[in-house]
Write a protein that binds this ligand. Sequence first.
Ligand code: NAD
Length: 486
Amino acid sequence: MKEFKNFINGEFVTSASGKTFENRNPVDNSLLGQVHEAGEPEVAAAVAAAKAAMKGPWGKMTQAQRIALLDKVADRINERFDEFLDAECKDTGKPHKIASHIDIPRGAANFKAFSETLANHPTEAYKLDTPDGRGALNYGHRSPKGVIAVISPWNLPLLLMTWKVGPALACGNAVVVKPSEETPATATLLGEVMNECGVPEGVYNVVHGFGPDSAGAFLTAHPDVNAITFTGETRTGETIMRAASVGLRNISLECGGKNPGIVFADCDLDKAIEGTMRSAFVNCGQVCLGTERIYVERPIFDEFVARLKAGVEQLKLGVPEDASVDFGPLVSQEHKEKVLSYYRLAVEEGATVVTGGGVPEMGDALNAGAWVEPTIWTGLADDARVVNEEIFGPCCHIRPFDTEDEVIELANDTKYGLSAAIWTENSSRASRVAEAMDVGIAWVNSWFLRDLRTAFGGAKESGIGREGGVHGLEFYTELKNVCIKL
Ligand code: NAD
């Protein structure tokens, strides 16, 4: 039986309380191992280790030395690629085909992507006139914030965690990571890699557990945590914001979404179908940027629905190791129950079920897994809960529209504001509609196409702050102005 231990000050440790919880494989609900739940003492030890690391060799390293170490970490993840792949796919159930192209390579790349930004970004400088004619020189100096708490979700465990840990460490901070209780494996494995690469003890720490009354709450409440970066649900973000308000700690929140896909009649329909297949169904619909509301201009509505249905019905469900599989289970039994409750609600709210809507027959070996059918609905009212609440499953509602103004209004009529995907071959319309979206990221004729130098984050209830490229510098460093009277 595998054990997932906390990683504190360069060592794998159990918990003083002896508390453990189960880690199960969503493919068949089999037991993968036991996770050691960090209590207050372990969280305190991890924060103390991170704080001490800032004063030790790590804090004294030059930027170039840190960047060289992080390059090694990226390379070592790639050398141990198959172990990371296996761990991620067992925790999440996602196909190897997806994780080997997205989760693991991008999880590793996050340790390299930020170095160039950091090396090339200038700090500001101003010469100030003074009455004596000699002036004063002002320049900006950035220093690490200190101990950063990283709280991450289960949908892209390694990728979303290193998206924060990479820049945090590149800027010279130390981190305490609280991975999702559903997906403890890759964060734990990364501890081994940190040791193998010679990253000093205490720089990267992992505490396992849940949110309330567990590792998550203990970590965010700890007074020696200088800033908290979180990805997860909006309601959890609010709780973390309250915790961060004590001691005025800085926060970065990347939260939920109910993102629109907008398909104009002048689009390239092949591209729009292919893109919407991904934006609604990849990773079993468990992508924060995914499109659960699709608006299609009326002249092509019927054809779009028929072609998306045909695409969905060709998706192959199966085990991660099967290279021909497109689609795995949801992450857990609990999440399956949540998604299925929305499948039932859609019918109660009057939806037409175009395809799916239930649980697939996977055979005796897999039926205990967290499988659901990819699902398309039409015919729901704009105020239906299914059209307004984030489901985070492989499903979407498709609704016709008639004018550009109408669809802008519909797309923005949500408390969320993470992303939008717009499909049109008219470039004036593309920029007009993209700029009218109340979101952090608007894609035109693409989806999830990420340049890591660009800003990432959400508007409205989808988050606070931006990470990525120079924007990460704002969060992961403290900017000081030095004023020298000449
Ligand atoms: P979640 O909010 O339930 O959990 C996220 C993390 O927060 C977990 O590690 C959890 O243990 C921890 N947590 C929960 N309660 C806590 C508390 N009180 N104090 C401290 N930590 C606490 O989210 P999830 O179910 O793991 O992930 C799915 C959600 O994440 C969806 O809403 C999705 O849209 C969102 N998400 C957003 C982005 C983005 O970039 N905006 C990316 C991926 C996922």
